[in-house]
Design a protein around this ligand. Structure first.
Ligand code: BES
Ligand code: ZN
Length: 442
């Protein structure tokens, strides 16, 4: 061997030794991250998600019932089989029982009236003058007297919860809320029980306008609102928590990336889209990310009692220590992420503005699809309590919704494996990018 060759070999050996002894960090993040994302994509399996949905939709997972508990135990078993320790976080809540009967009678009115109750409508029988109160805003009550009477308002400008509270505050004894043209009236909620509620009924636009027309006389028109059998019982639900600890210690490894979905459903709905889909995706993310090395904690959450007022996520957030809350830098919420007949993937934040989650997800989306994803406003799911607690959060949902939302037709035959896989890739890739990031400002 020539002396030139000896020198070259020595130099190569020296440089190899040097790099082996030097601290790990400089070996650039990007190739390591790309490698992790590729390994994660390869691990993802749409069949797994579909099988989980099959299991979860055998019967409705009504909040606070045995079937919700059974779904929780299926999820816990799956997570344990992937090697996670599962923390079951149980909580009590006030469960609403729907009315057994409701009636609306309007003196002298001959047409049909088919009112509906809201979830959380309280029982009661009220007879009194019916008074029009515009859009039911606080200011609508300034110049009218509704004390002890029945207010009738248009549902357009504020939440049902607010409408009922405003009427109660103004002294009304009951409220009739009529809907905009064409809106179904029988699947709505007041959000959660409130001691300030008065009996509340929903009416269709046509029936509401017919009652108002009937009231166009000089004499006050009286009516009777009757709601019977609704009541509040104590019930129990549970969240599941599974942690993937960081594999590397860095200055940022105390940070927590949260990925969650609610697994309860409404009455009579198998809830394939809402939300066995999100549940199955989070479960598959927990499995596929299990062995991918990460720099931060990834916390997988499964919420109970979402459908009765975001109770599981509210409870979880209320139990977070100050430290964990401060370290929770991003919350990905998956709700309704598999319906064949829903629209495109959308990301919703509580105020419609971008945050850590939407920025990471927009980047991942563009890299995968070559165009941007829409960021909209929406607070109707479990990301909301997180955002309210100051944790950047966003909802992933295919939007506009499918027609059979909250109905018995929300079944597995309408689930798209492609859609499940798409959202799994985007959320998983975003989470991996966030766990690799060493910046505070993402
Ligand atoms: N999956 C829906 C949430 C949803 C619906 C998000 C439409 C975006 C658009 C969720 O399970 C649900 O039905 N939420 C309730 C929330 C309420 C009980 C606080 C709702 O929107 O009525
Ligand atoms: Zn849902």
């Amino acid at each position: 061997m020539s002396s030139f060759r000896w020198i070259f070999m020595a130099l190569l050996l020296f440089s190899t030794l040097l790099s082996a002894c030097s601290p790990q960090e400089p070996m650039s993040e990007t190739p390591r991250l790309e490698h992790s994302v590729t390994a994660f994509f390869e691990e993802l399996d749409a069949e797994n998600m579909f099988t989980s949905i099959e299991e979860l939709t055998k019967e409705p997972r009504l909040t606070g019932t045995e079937s919700e508990k059974q779904a929780a135990s299926f999820l816990a078993d799956q997570l344990e089989s992937y090697g996670y320790t599962v923390n079951v976080q149980s909580f009590e809540f006030e469960k609403y029982r729907a009315p057994t009967s409701l009636r609306l009678m309007v003196d002298g009115f001959n047409g049909t009236l088919s009112p509906a109750a809201f979830q959380f409508s309280v029982s009661g029988q009220v007879t009194g003058e019916i008074v029009e109160a515009g859009f039911g805003l606080e200011s609508d009550y300034n110049d009218i007297d509704v004390a002890g009477k029945i207010a009738i308002v248009a549902a357009e400008r504020t939440s049902f919860h607010e409408l009922v509270r405003n009427a109660g505050h103004a002294g009304a004894a009951a409220i009739i809320i009529y809907f905009p043209k064409g809106y179904p009236i029988n699947r709505w909620s007041l959000g959660k029980h409130d001691n300030a509620f008065i009996p509340a009924l929903a009416l269709s636009y046509n029936e509401g306008r017919a009652v108002l027309d009937h009231m166009k006389t000089d004499v006050p028109i009286k009516g009777t609102v009757t709601i019977e059998g609704s009541r509040i019982d104590k019930a129990e639900s549970q969240n599941l928590i599974a942690l993937k600890q960081p594999d590397f210690k860095t200055a940022k490894s105390k940070e927590i990336i949260t990925i969650g979905a609610h697994y309860d459903s409404v009455q009579q709905a198998p809830g394939a889209s809402d939300n066995a889909s999100g549940t199955a995706v989070v479960l598959e993310l927990a499995r596929a990310l299990r062995d991918v090395p990460t720099h931060k904690e990834i916390r997988f959450l499964f919420f109970g009692a979402e459908e009765v007022g975001l109770l599981g996520s509210e409870y979880y957030v209320s139990t977070l220590s100050k430290k964990d809350s401060k370290h929770s830098v991003a919350m990905f919420n998956l709700d309704m992420v598999g319906s064949s007949d829903a629209g495109k993937l959308a990301i919703q934040t509580v105020d419609g503005t971008a945050n850590t989650v939407t920025k990471a997800a927009s980047k991942a989306y563009e890299e995968l699809h070559g165009h941007s994803v829409s960021i909209d406003t929406g607070a109707r799911s479990d990301h909301t309590p997180f955002q309210k607690a100051g944790i950047d959060a966003a909802l992933f949902i295919y939007y506009p919704l499918e027609e059979w939302y909250h109905s018995p037709d929300d079944t597995i035959d309408k689930i798209s494996k492609e859609k499940l896989l798409n959202v799994a890739k985007i959320v998983g890739k975003s989470a991996l990018e966030l766990t690799a990031s060493h910046n505070t400002d993402y």
